[in-house]
Design a binder for this molecule. Structure first.
Ligand code: IVH
Length: 667
């Protein structure tokens, strides 16, 4: 296509201002309004046009700069070595071109590469002096970043001391929020009525760039390092060996990093990671391919923006366009009103998506989502699908703004919004929607684990009035259950057996199943450990509760509020008289008492949770991270970085067979 010069000039200006705007939203406000893929397309179009019309090139163009500006709240750090960005490649052809260009530049063929994941987080430079972490800075615009030392010091897996003590080291890496933690973190925020983060990158950026480091400390952030920027001692001659050295010094390096010896191996690595994308523990938007030899890296050099020796080989976007059929407002266990859009089903990354949460009224208003709208849905790296944007230009002419209900859509009662919260809640404790959700939570696998008590049956039990409170479940009998549609005698019998069996679930599970706001599985466990009986917990005051690790003022307030409600106290009394466990077992008594275990990798015969339960039942303690206090590391398939750490700390390592031998010797 021949592009008219005038048109090109106008379009370049347009693209520049759009890119500036989106960079500001992404880097400074942590609230992008378009997807990364769409953003990349804008950048690509600008670069192409500037190449075709070099007369319009300027130093001020965003194509010449990287990243965002420095925020006012942080001190500035001038990067001694610029933190460059990466060129992107989107398909095999572009990778082929990149390799050919590189071969010509370094005048060598048969090059060796390293493949890494492209972690979707926030780029940082860490400065170590004589083994000690002395400074940490965000990338900022690549030349000047923000001093986030105090915040980074509070991130668990960032080593404050490293094995290299002889001089200075600057290392580059990515701070990210692992997916599991992101999900839990957002759920907690939703429960608390706070705004949720739309993806793990925004959550990581928002958590790291906090002016109060104690807030960062509470956020589940993690680090991977991927480049030595400078070291005062001699370092190996290849990038791969440098990463090994960083790992030996105690810095976290991703174990998926791999040496690649040909174009084919690069493409295979990319393909493999595209396949594994959804099962990675973090969000990644591609792989990064780097030339292995540092000598050749130097020879290839960099442009003002990116090195020539590395390229980001992006994953195909896990996005799709679809239409909104309906917007409904659901009422959750705690009465929270959540707008949900029912979509025309669409396949994204191999999974059919037919619903997407719109989180809360504010979010819905901000995006102005309407029935009939065409929308872009993203489902990156196993993250729950989210609505990226509405295509306003495709909106039907007669569409109307969605009106949020004034009363609870289920029971018609008043709704309220607590101070500082964005979520509206139904005020009626006996609202059927809340009761149904409470039963689902109670019967869930992590709770009382009542198999066969599914959503449809719960609806029927509540609607028929058979179950008015959780304890009514234990009063059901086979005959009346069998009368329910599609139930039959056999399943009724099974369900009654399951309900009966659930009476034996441990006290900490029961605590979780009761659905006290903000009390998740972990909190329930520590509460059960410290307050040996439910009466002790009931009588605990704020001071007693706050002594427990992980229990802050909000959690303790919720616990106290829970026991103030007469219906809840009555429920506990009823459950107690029905024979449910209201006190803990002394698990610490057992052959493994006093020993701490950590698990890594996948076990073939059982899940990690099952292994954990077995060890705990034998009196052992299971912890999440390897420390000096760890006695044994149990290693399954594809172990993580815990293995390296355990080796360094001389911790006894058990493979799966040895672990099985250990437990079977006590059973
Ligand atoms: S290397 C000069 N390696 O991607 C070397 N970057 O789009 C440039 N990123 O700003 C960086 N994972 O924040 C490198 N394994 C990895 C990475 C990675 C994520 C980020 C980094 C960079 C951005 C460029």
């Amino acid at each position: 296509m021949v592009i008219d010069k005038e048109f090109a000039k106008k379009r370049i200006e347009e693209l520049r201002s759009q890119i500036e705007r989106h960079r500001k939203l992404y880097y400074e406000e942590n609230a992008p309004v378009i997807s990364d893929y769409e953003y990349d397309l804008l950048e690509k179009e600008l670069i192409d046009l500037e190449e075709k019309f070099p007369e319009y090139k300027t130093k001020e163009s965003p194509s010449e700069k990287v990243g965002g500006a420095v925020s006012k709240g942080f001190a500035s750090v001038v990067h001694p070595f610029p933190l460059l960005s990466l060129e992107n490649a989107y398909n095999e052809g572009e990778i082929k071109d990149w390799i050919s260009r590189l071969e010509r530049t370094v005048e060598k063929t048969d090059l060796e590469f390293v493949g890494e994941l492209k972690f979707d987080g926030l780029s940082v430079a860490l400065f170590y002096e004589f083994g000690k972490l002395s400074k940490a800075a965000t990338r900022g615009d690549g030349t000047i970043g923000e001093d986030v030392t105090q915040n980074v010091l509070r991130i668990n897996n960032v080593p404050k001391q490293i094995g290299f003590k002889e001089g200075a080291l600057i290392v580059r890496g990515e701070i990210y929020m692992p997916l599991k933690e992101f999900k839990e973190f957002n759920e907690k925020r939703e429960e608390e009525g706070l705004e949720v983060f739309s993806n793990p990158r925004n959550a990581a950026a928002g958590s790291l760039r906090q002016l109060d480091p104690s807030i960062t400390a509470q956020r589940p952030l993690s680090l991977y390092v991927y480049q030595i920027m400078n070291c005062t001692s001699r370092i190996p001659q290849t990038h791969y060996e440098c990463l090994q050295l960083l790992s030996e010094w105690g810095l976290p390096v991703d174990s998926r990093t791999r040496l690649l010896f040909s174009e084919k191996e690069i493409v295979d690595f990319w393909r493999e990671m595209v396949e594994k994308r959804d099962s990675l523990p973090y969000d990644a938007d591609g792989v990064v391919i780097k030339l292995n030899s540092l000598e050749l890296q130097k020879r290839a050099g960099s442009t003002a923006k990116a090195p020539r020796w590395a390229v980001a080989f992006k994953f195909p976007p896990e996005q799709a366009k679809t239409k909104i059929k309906e917007i409904v407002v659901q009422v959750g266990r705690t009465g929270a009103l959540t707008p949900v859009a029912n979509l025309e089903p669409v396949k994204i990354g191999g999974v059919v998506v037919s619903r997407v949460s719109l989180h809360n009224e504010e979010e819905l208003k901000k995006k102005d989502v309407r029935v009939g709208d065409t929308v872009l849905i993203e489902r990156a790296g196993g993250v729950i699908p989210y609505l990226v944007r509405v295509f306003e230009e495709e909106r039907p002419p007669n569409s109307k703004e969605f009106v949020f209900p004034e009363v609870c859509p289920v029971c018609g009662n008043r709704i309220h919004k607590s101070e500082g919260e964005v979520i509206k809640r139904c005020s009626n404790r006996n609202c059927k929607a809340q009761l149904k959700e409470a039963i689902r939570h109670f019967a869930s696998r992590e709770g009382m684990d009542i198999a066969g008590l599914g959503k449809i049956l719960i609806d029927k039990l509540v609607e028929s009035g058979k179950v008015k409170t959780l304890s009514d479940l234990y009063l059901l009998n086979e005959k009346e259950l069998a009368l329910f549609e599609r139930m039959g005698e056999k399943s009724a019998k099974n369900l009654i057996e399951e309900i009966e069996k659930s009476k034996n679930r441990s006290y900490d599970r029961l605590l979780y199943a009761l659905g006290i706001r903000m009390v998740g599985e972990e909190t329930a466990k520590v509460l059960a450990e410290k307050f040996y009986t439910i009466d002790l917990l009931k009588n605990a005051n704020e001071e007693d509760l706050m002594k427990i690790q992980g229990v802050g003022p909000k959690v303790s307030k919720e616990i106290i509020e829970f026991f103030k409600v007469e219906d809840n106290v009555k429920l506990i009394e009823n459950l107690k008289s029905l024979g449910l466990k209201m006190e803990g077992e002394k698990k610490e008594e057992g052959p493994l008492k006093g020993l701490t275990f950590v698990l890594t990798g996948t076990l073939s015969k059982m899940s990690r949770n099952e292994a954990k339960e077995i060890l705990e039942n034998l009196g052992g303690k299971v912890s999440n991270s390897v420390t000096k206090e760890t006695n044994f590391l149990i290693v399954g398939r594809e172990p993580g970085s815990k293995l390296e750490k355990a080796k360094k700390l001389n911790i006894k390592i058990l493979d799966e067979l040895e672990f099985e031998k250990l437990i079977s010797s006590y059973s």
